[in-house]
Design a protein around this ligand. Structure first.
Ligand SMILES: [Zn+2]
Length: 330
C-alpha cells in the first residue's frame, strides 16, 4: 500500500498545470530528484499506466483531496473524457497538438509559487490580460515573457481572438490559426520592413531579465493582430461560400487588404501560401466528407477542449457541413 499521508512539504495547486510540472515542484519542495518521487510513493508510472490509477495516492502525498487534484490537472480530467463538472472547456492534454507553455510568471507569483510552472493551454491564450504579459507562441520559459503594455493592438487582439472563437466555434479558429501564422510569416519574409517596426518594438520592449526580446519573438508579438484577423477570416464560412459559388477566391484576396492584414496583397503565383492553403482546405473537406465517419472528422478537425456532454442524436454547434454538394453529410 502506498503511504496515505502527506509529504513533509506540500505545494499550492495551479489551474491547468501539467502533471510533470506538478511532480517537479512537489519533488523539489521536498528536496528530492523528480524521478524518485513516484517510486517513493510506490506509484508505478509507465507509458501504459492509466493516469487515474495514481490519482488517490498522489493526492494523499500532496495533502489535497483527490477531487481537487483531479480538477487542477487536465491529464486527470481528460483521461476518461467525460461528463465531469469542471471538465468542460478545459484543454485536452491527449491531443497530439496539445500545447504546453510556461504559466504567466506574475500569476504564479500571485498564487505564492516561486518555481516555474508549465500549463496545458489553448491556442488563443497568448496574452495575460491581467498582467499585460505575452505568454504565447515563441516562449520556452517564463523569464522570456514580455510586458506588452505598449503594444495596444496586440492586447486588443487577445479579446478579438476570444470573440472570433465565440462567433465561428473554437474548433474552426483553432484549425485555422497555425495556418494563418504560417501564411502570414511566409508573406513577411518576402516583404521588407519599411517602417522599422521591429527595431522600434525591440527598443520599447524588455523581457523578465530586462533584455530586449529576440527578433523572432518580437515579430510574433508585433504581428499577432494580423495573424488573429487572418485566422478569423479563414475560420469563417463566408469566403468558402463565395469561392464555391463563384469558382474563384477574389473576395478572400480582397479581404486581406480590406481587413488590414497585408495592404495591397495580390497573389502573384500558385505557390502563394494562401492559394496553396485554399487548395489544401478544399481537398481535406472533400476527403473528410466522402468518408462519413465521425472518427475521420475528429482526426482532421480535432477539438481543442473537452466538449459538453451531448445526446447521441443531438446536433453539435461545432460540426459543419461540407461546402461541397453532394458531400454535405457533416
Ligand atoms: Zn498573469
Amino acid at each position: 500500500m502506498p503511504p496515505l499521508q502527506p509529504l513533509p512539504r506540500t505545494v499550492p495547486l495551479f489551474h491547468n498545470e501539467t502533471l510533470d510540472s506538478f511532480l517537479r515542484r512537489l519533488a523539489a519542495a521536498n528536496h528530492l530528484p523528480t524521478a524518485q518521487l513516484l517510486p517513493l510513493l510506490e506509484i508505478r508510472r509507465t507509458k501504459k499506466t492509466p493516469v487515474n490509477t495514481f490519482l488517490e495516492p498522489l493526492a494523499a502525498a500532496a495533502g489535497v483531496r483527490p477531487g481537487t487534484l483531479e480538477l487542477a490537472l487536465p491529464e486527470f480530467l481528460d483521461a476518461d473524457a467525460v461528463d465531469k463538472l469542471g471538465a468542460i472547456g478545459r484543454p485536452r492534454s491527449t491531443l497530439h497538438s496539445a500545447i504546453q507553455r510556461p504559466a504567466c510568471r506574475r500569476c504564479t507569483h500571485a498564487a505564492g509559487i516561486t518555481m516555474p510552472v508549465t500549463c496545458w493551454t489553448t491556442h488563443d491564450r497568448n496574452v495575460c490580460l491581467r498582467h499585460r504579459l505575452w505568454i504565447g507562441d515563441g516562449l520556452t520559459n517564463a523569464d522570456e515573457q514580455v510586458d506588452i503594455s505598449r503594444l495596444s493592438d496586440t492586447l486588443r487582439a487577445q479579446r478579438h481572438h476570444r470573440n472570433l472563437i465565440a462567433r465561428h466555434g473554437r474548433r474552426w479558429v483553432r484549425n485555422a490559426y497555425p495556418d494563418a501564422r504560417k501564411i502570414y510569416f511566409t508573406w513577411l519574409q518576402q516583404t521588407a520592413d519599411p517602417f522599422d517596426l521591429l527595431d522600434t518594438a525591440r527598443r520599447i520592449l524588455t523581457d523578465g531579465t530586462g533584455k530586449p526580446p529576440s527578433p523572432d519573438l518580437t515579430l510574433t508579438m508585433v504581428f499577432h493582430p494580423q495573424v488573429v484577423t487572418l485566422a478569423g477570416l479563414l475560420a469563417g464560412r463566408e469566403w468558402e461560400h463565395r469561392a464555391v459559388v463563384s469558382g474563384h477566391v477574389a473576395w478572400l484576396v480582397e479581404q486581406i487588404t480590406v481587413r488590414n492584414v497585408l495592404l495591397g496583397y495580390v497573389p502573384k503565383e500558385r505557390e502563394d501560401p494562401l492559394i496553396q492553403w485554399v487548395e489544401q482546405h478544399f481537398s481535406t473537406h472533400k476527403f473528410v466528407a466522402f468518408h462519413r465517419s465521425p472518427r475521420i472528422y475528429d482526426a482532421f478537425f480535432p477539438r481543442e477542449t473537452i466538449p459538453p456532454p451531448r445526446q447521441p442524436d443531438e446536433a453539435d454547434a461545432e460540426t459543419r457541413w461540407s461546402p461541397f454538394h453532394p458531400y454535405y453529410r457533416y
